[in-house]
Design a protein around this ligand. Structure first.
Ligand code: AMP
Ligand code: GLY
Length: 430
C-alpha cells in the first residue's frame, strides 16, 4: 500500500489510474511503490487492484472528470485507448486537471489506421506499402495488384481484431468483403490494404512529452492464441523483455527514422503527442518498419516493463505532462522479465466467466500476479474477462525467468485455464 510522504518535504500526490486490465494493475503496482504518492485510485480496476478501486467505468468521461475534481487528483493516468479516443485527456485538461495521455486529436494515431499512415507518409517513416479504400471494388483491384500475402485492416478501433493477415488471394478478397459488409461495424467502413512484412515483431513503448521522447525497454509480445504462433490473433498472450533480436544499433535507427520524426510530424500538425507512443515494429531484412502506432501503454507489455523499471514511475509521468522529459534519466534492471497470460477457456472467441481462482500468497515472493479480467464475488476471486491473469517473473536470464513464471502458473488453481507454453521461446533460440 502507498506510503505517505514526510510532511514538509513535498506534497504527496493523488493519482488516478483509468482502466481495469493487467496493464492498469501493473501501473498501479509500480505507482504504489513511489515515495511521492499520497493516495492511489483505480477506476474501475479489478480484483487485483481492489484496495484502490472506485466504481466508475473507464469510458464514463463525465464521471471520471467529476471524481478527479471532487478528490483533487493531481495526476490522472489513462490506460486504455478507448477513453483517449473519446477525448478524456481534453476533458480533464479543460477542467484544469493534469493528465498523462494524448489528446483526442493525437490519439488518432491509433484510432485511425489511415490517419497513422498519412503521418508516416508525410514524415517518410518506414512502413508497409499501403492504400486506403471506402469502395470494395477498388480495394479488391488493389489486392489483386499487390497479390498475396497481404494485410487487410479496419480503419477504426476493433479491440485488436480488425486486422486480417491473408496468406492467399481468396482470403484477402473475402476479408475486404467481410470488413466492408460491417463485420467490425463502422470501424471497417474504411479499410487499409497493405504489403505483408516478414520478420520478428518488437513493441517499443516510448514516453513522450510533446517534443522529446524516451524509449522504455523493448518487448516481444505473442499475439496468437496458440503455441508456435498458431490460432487467432488476441490482445496478447504473453511477453518477455528484452528480446535478443534487439540491438543498440536497431534502437538508434528506430529513434532516428521513426520515433523522432513521428513526434516532429505531430507537432508540425499542431497536435503534439504527450503520453506513451507505442511503436509496433517489424524488424525486416531491410530494417525496422512500423506495423502500427498505439497511443498508450501496451497490455501485456506493461507488465514486464514495470517489473524491469528501476526508476520511480510517478516523476517520469509528471515530467511528460510538464514537457520536461529531457531532464529524466530512466534506469532499468538487467534482469529478463517474462509475463505469461492465463486466459479463460475459449478466448479470444466466446469464453466462460465466473470461474473461481485461487492464487496462493506464497507465489508473490517469486514474481507478481497481475490481474486482468477478475472480480470479487462473495470475497472470492472469479474470472470476469478473456485475459484473466498476467503471471510475471524476472531472472538473471530468460531460462530462469521463464522457469519462475511457469512455476507460478503451475501453483495457481484456475480450472481449464488457457495459456501458451512457449512465451519467450523465440528468444532462447538466438
Ligand atoms: P496491428 O494491429 O496493425 O499491429 O496488426 C495486428 C497484428 O497483425 C500485428 O501485430 C502483426 O502480427 C500483424 N500485422 C499487421 N500488419 C502486418 C503487415 N504489414 N505484415 C505482416 N503482419 C502484419
Ligand atoms: N499487446 C498489444 C497491445 O497492447 O496493443
Amino acid at each position: 500500500m502507498a506510503k505517505a510522504v514526510e510532511v514538509g518535504e513535498f506534497m504527496g500526490k493523488k493519482v488516478l489510474v483509468v482502466g481495469g486490465g493487467g496493464r492498469e494493475h501493473a501501473l498501479a503496482w509500480k505507482l504504489a511503490q513511489s515515495p511521492e504518492l499520497e493516495r492511489l485510485y483505480v477506476a474501475p480496476g479489478n480484483a487485483g487492484t481492489n484496495e484502490w478501486n472506485v466504481p466508475i467505468s473507464q469510458n464514463d468521461i463525465t464521471g471520471l472528470v467529476k471524481f478527479a475534481q471532487d478528490n483533487k487528483i493531481d495526476l490522472t493516468v489513462v490506460g486504455p485507448e478507448e477513453p483517449l479516443s473519446l477525448g478524456i485527456a481534453d476533458a480533464l485538461r479543460e477542467a484544469g486537471l493534469r493528465v498523462f495521455g494524448p489528446t483526442q486529436a493525437a490519439a488518432q494515431l491509433e484510432g485511425s489506421k489511415a490517419f497513422a499512415k498519412t503521418v508516416m507518409q508525410a514524415a517518410n517513416i518506414p512502413t508497409a506499402e499501403w492504400d486506403v479504400f471506402t469502395d470494395p471494388t477498388l480495394a479488391k483491384d488493389y489486392v489483386r495488384k499487390i497479390g498475396a500475402p497481404c494485410v487487410i485492416k479496419a480503419d477504426g478501433l476493433a479491440a485488436g481484431k480488425g486486422v486480417i493477415v491473408a496468406m492467399d488471394l481468396d482470403t484477402a478478397l473475402q476479408a475486404v468483403d467481410e470488413m466492408m459488409d460491417g463485420a467490425f461495424g463502422d470501424a471497417g467502413k474504411k479499410i487499409v490494404v497493405e504489403e505483408y512484412l516478414e520478420g520478428q515483431e518488437v513493441s517499443l513503448l516510448c514516453f513522450a512529452d510533446g517534443t522529446s521522447a524516451l524509449p522504455m525497454v523493448p518487448v516481444q509480445d505473442h499475439k496468437r492464441a496458440l503455441d508456435g504462433d498458431q490460432g487467432l490473433n488476441t490482445g496478447g498472450m504473453g511477453t518477455y523483455s528484452p528480446p535478443p533480436v534487439w540491438t543498440p544499433e536497431i534502437e538508434e535507427r528506430v529513434k532516428r527514422e521513426i520515433l523522432y520524426p513521428s513526434l516532429d510530424e505531430m507537432r508540425r500538425r499542431g497536435i503534439p503527442f504527450t503520453g506513451v507512443l507505442f511503436l509496433g515494429l517489424m524488424l525486416t531484412e531491410r530494417g525496422p518498419k512500423v506495423l502500427e502506432y498505439n497511443v498508450r501503454f501496451g497490455d501485456p507489455e506493461t507488465q514486464v516493463v514495470m517489473m524491469r523499471m528501476q526508476s520511480d514511475l510517478l516523476p517520469v509521468l509528471w515530467a511528460c505532462t510538464e514537457g520536461k522529459l529531457g531532464e529524466v534519466k530512466l534506469e532499468w534492471a538487467k534482469d529478463v522479465a517474462v509475463c505469461v497470460v492465463m486466459a479463460a477457456p475459449g478466448y479470444p472467441q466466446s469464453y466462460e466467466k465466473g470461474i473461481p481462482l485461487v492464487i496462493p500468497a506464497e507465489v508473490e515472493k517469486d514474481g507478481a500476479v497481475f490481474h486482468a479480467g477478475t472480480a470479487l464475488k462473495d470475497n472470492r476471486i472469479v474470472s470476469s474477462g478473456g485475459r484473466v491473469l498476467g503471471v510475471t517473473a524476472s531472472g538473471s536470464n530468460l531460462v530462469e525467468a521463464r522457469a519462475k513464471a511457469y512455476s507460478i502458473v503451475g501453483k495457481i488453481d484456475f480450472p481449464k485455464a488457457h495459456y501458451r507454453k512457449d512465451i519467450g521461446v523465440k528468444g532462447l533460440s538466438k
